[in-house]
Design a protein around this ligand. Sequence first.
Ligand code: EPU
Length: 434
Amino acid sequence: MEVFRIRGGRKLEGAVTASGSKNAALPLFAASLLSSEESILENVPDLSDIRFMAEILLEMGAEVEKTGPTTWKINPSQIVPCAPYELVRKMRASVCLLGPLVGRLGKAEIPMPGGCVIGNRPIDLHIRAMQRMGAEVELKAGVVQVNAENLRGNSIFMGGRHGSTVTGTANAIMAAVLAPGKTTIDSAACEPEITDLCAMLRNMGANIEGIGSHMIEIEGVESLRGCRHRVIPDRIEAATYALAAAITGGEVCVRGGRLDHLGAFVNVMNACGVRIDAQSENEISVKTNEDGLRSLEAITLPYPGFPTDLQAQTCALACKAKGLSILTERVYPSRFMPVPELLRMGAEISLEGASSIIRGGTPLTGAPVMASDLRASAALILAGLAAEGETWVQRIYHLDRGYDAFEKKLQGLGAEVERLPESEMPSAFGAQLS
Ligand code: EPU
């Protein structure tokens, strides 16, 4: 296993490029199954989650090939409707194969995605959407079995207790594009990743209206063609670099940072003393005010609200902002796993229900810490960049699921971050952690 060693205290400066979006690319791989023709995806990030998805499609019979550093070719002319458990269990996002299989083959067998450290992640809304379109759904031996010989359009409501579901909306759209008749999806998620999916599906010949809104209307078509599609930049990765600049008091340009995808985040940053401006449609500049960071408040909500996928990293920033900050989770009420690790670095944070209350401004000190999931890994690395001394982050395989070449990009901005074998960790730390 590998670890990150971070020597904190360097101001980050320069320019960095966000890769293609993980959460857009994963459903786009799935969407390619809706046609029997070849599709080409460009600007795909180099991530372990993408490699898992490619392996799953291969196991299902598709031809999948990486034809360039960020380009993948998928030929799904021969596929079976069953996703392999051994691979699916490693990646929750494989649930987004459900819609395309039901849409194209009228049948799907997907192992129920397992537990998830960020909280309870049921798929009841996905299943209800399939049922509304006439599918019969059964859970047998942990496998969701869907039969939809007579799939047809219908009205679907995608809202749940925690708002609209992102991959649930993607599944409903992907099944509906090939379902005869009209489907209306009310309370649809409208994340940029859903808009990107709709753009690709339109490119394939789908008939979709209301893209980017909470009410999507789809008129089913008989078949779809293959296409070439460029994945949008990763807004969460872009914002993570903005936070890295802010937490070190640096000044950074983020290519691939789109202000139109980051409204709620930019609002919170501006209020706490971080200036974020558009340099062009596809680039933002980030600079912290001379008088330092002020406390902040944010509530995570579905898009266009403040993204839950930035809550942990923003918590790290709040540790450096003088005064009391509050971060409230409305999407995953228990997504606070990095908090105990941040406490080890000297942070003052208390948890009250679905909120973290951060008393910021006290110095952070380097420590060995353990990443629990993707965004938690990023949060701990950001904290390490701002801490005095050395921080060692273990279990960075979580990071590799969703940040393409993270340490290299941070090094390019002047950070002292290194990926090392775990055996390089000082033995005193190892003993403490084992
Ligand atoms: N929910 C239900 N029932 C469902 C589906 C969801 O109650 O059938 C609840 C969930 O438990 C959660 C809320 O609805 O409380 C939102 O979940 P959603 O379905 O929107 O999440 P997701 O589609 O499984 C995607 C991203 C996540 C991101 C969330 C929220 C992908 C592959 N994953 O997950 O990304 O946190 O939307 O924005 O797109 C990450 O990248 O680190 C990550 C976890």
